[in-house]
Design a protein around this ligand. Structure first.
Ligand code: AMP
Ligand code: GLY
Length: 426
């Protein structure tokens, strides 16, 4: 069968890499792809902001299955368009993707269905913000309602700062339309966890959990980013916690959406904070995580195509996935200046050496390839990923690989996977 993957990041490289291992897949296309994906799939030019562009790619290659990586095409309704034409596609419809595209929708939905989430206020004007602020302790989390590519959340230290951030968001200056409504939220402390399930609109099947490192610098310092690394181990959560998360979060989301007339198919990403009061939902994403997908798929031993098809065809079950007990860890190498402005076009060296290290796979994100040489082309450049029987060995391998790779201005965190090791829970 022919599979089309939409997107161009490390997540899409991991999807392509895993799909290639399926004996059922004869050809993989990726639109638009990147320098590393081009070695494993046929890349086609496409504009992911344009449904017409994606439809024309699909008309050209006639895939038996399409997998959507990023949120933007999902929130524009690519699944609705493909499904209307009878083309098999993995992912939620535009209406279902509102769980990610509108934080106010997600918050009121969680309240309606008693899904644990921090206390909040939805504000459409600065007056509403000022009226809500006295009801919160500091720090206060200020979130833009719409999509903001990881830049829509500010943790304000005091109420003046919260009002000023909310005012900038509401004016449209900071994030355009995405910030025209804001959500104020109670600040929570704890470990974050990315818990993903596949759904067919009715049933859910959990994937292995992962932890993402969102902050730019070691020790969780500096600005928030799309994610600087992630790891996954067999005991990141135990079976009891997994069952609790399914019963109290993932399944209520899918049945709640159904009760509201919307079928949720595809992958549901629950971004959780594990607090002393129990797990709470910080956000939903209607897609795979990036970089969590890289270490998660490194641990997947069963056929990804089968699981994707089970969701599309309405027959999801826990048996769709078989996982390795191994640990895996991904370290993101970013361009100098990221998450702010950065220069591109830097030559990447050392990839060959890195990929020879046992258990290592280097997923490409912002790269392109010219005459056999790879160059940087984005903020997050590579997701160096390693798998091993234990986290300590995976961490050692991943850093050996990362240190073998170089490009001008490269930055990566040195502490990915270090926290569970320090806490002795790996
Ligand atoms: P979100 O896009 O809503 O997941 O927020 C991005 C990041 O901001 C999260 O991964 C957390 O690191 C942080 N964050 C969001 N909401 C909260 C909250 N209520 N309390 C503490 N940190 C938060
Ligand atoms: N790594 C966080 C995300 O994919 O949203």
């Amino acid at each position: 069968m022919k599979v089309l993957v939409i997107g161009s990041g490390g997540r899409e490289h991991a999807l392509v890499w895993k799909l290639r291992q399926s004996h059922r897949v004869t050809k993989i296309y990726c639109a638009p792809g990147n320098g590393g994906i081009a070695d494993e799939a046929e890349c086609l030019a496409a504009d992911i902001k344009s449904l017409d562009s994606l439809i024309s790619v699909a008309l050209q290659v006639q895939p038996d299955l399409t997998v959507i990586g990023p949120e933007l095409p999902l929130t524009l309704g690519v699944v609705d368009e493909f499904a209307r034409r009878g083309w098999p596609v993995f992912g939620p419809t535009k209406a279902a993707a509102r769980l990610e595209s509108s934080k106010s929708f997600a918050k009121t939905f969680m309240q309606r269905h008693r899904i644990p989430t921090p206390r909040y206020a939805i504000c459409n004007s600065l007056d509403e913000v000022r009226a809500a602020l006295p009801h919160f302790h500091t720090p206060i989390v200020v979130k833009a309602d719409g999509l903001a590519a990881g830049k829509g959340v500010v943790i304000a230290r005091n109420k003046e700062e919260a009002a000023s951030v909310a005012s900038e968001m509401l004016s449209g200056k900071m994030l355009g339309e995405s910030g025209e409504r804001v959500v104020l939220e109670e600040y929570l402390q704890g470990d974050e966890l990315s818990f993903l399930v596949f759904s067919d609109g009715e049933r859910v099947a959990p994937l292995v959990a992962a932890q993402d490192y969102k902050r730019f610098g070691d020790g969780d310092t500096g600005p928030n980013t799309g994610g600087m690394g992630a790891y996954s181990t067999r005991n990141i959560i135990d079976d009891k916690m997994r069952d609790w998360l399914i019963a109290h979060i993932a399944r209520p989301v899918v049945t709640g959406m159904k009760a509201e007339g919307v079928e949720y198919r595809g992958v549901l990403y629950c971004g959780l904070m594990m607090t002393a009061r129990g797990p709470m939902v910080l956000e939903f994403n209607c897609r795979f995580g990036d970089p969590e997908t890289q270490p998660m798929l490194m641990r997947l031993e069963s056929d990804l195509v089968e699981a994707l098809e089970a969701s599309v065809e309405g027959r999801v079950s826990e048996g769709d996935f078989r996982w390795s007990p191994d640990a895996s860890v991904c370290v993101v190498m970013a361009s100098g200046g990221y998450p702010g402005t950065f220069e591109a076009g830097k030559r990447i060296m050392g990839l060959e050496h890195a990929t020879q290290i046992e258990g290592v796979k280097v997923f490409h994100a912002g790269t392109n390839k010219r005459e056999g040489t790879y160059y940087t082309s984005g903020g997050r450049v590579l997701g160096v990923t390693a798998r091993a029987a234990d986290l300590q060995t995976a961490v050692k391998r991943v850093y050996e690989a990362a240190s073998a790779i170089g490009f001008e201005g490269a930055h990566y965190r040195r502490d990915i996977g270090g926290r569970p090791l320090k806490q002795g829970i790996a």
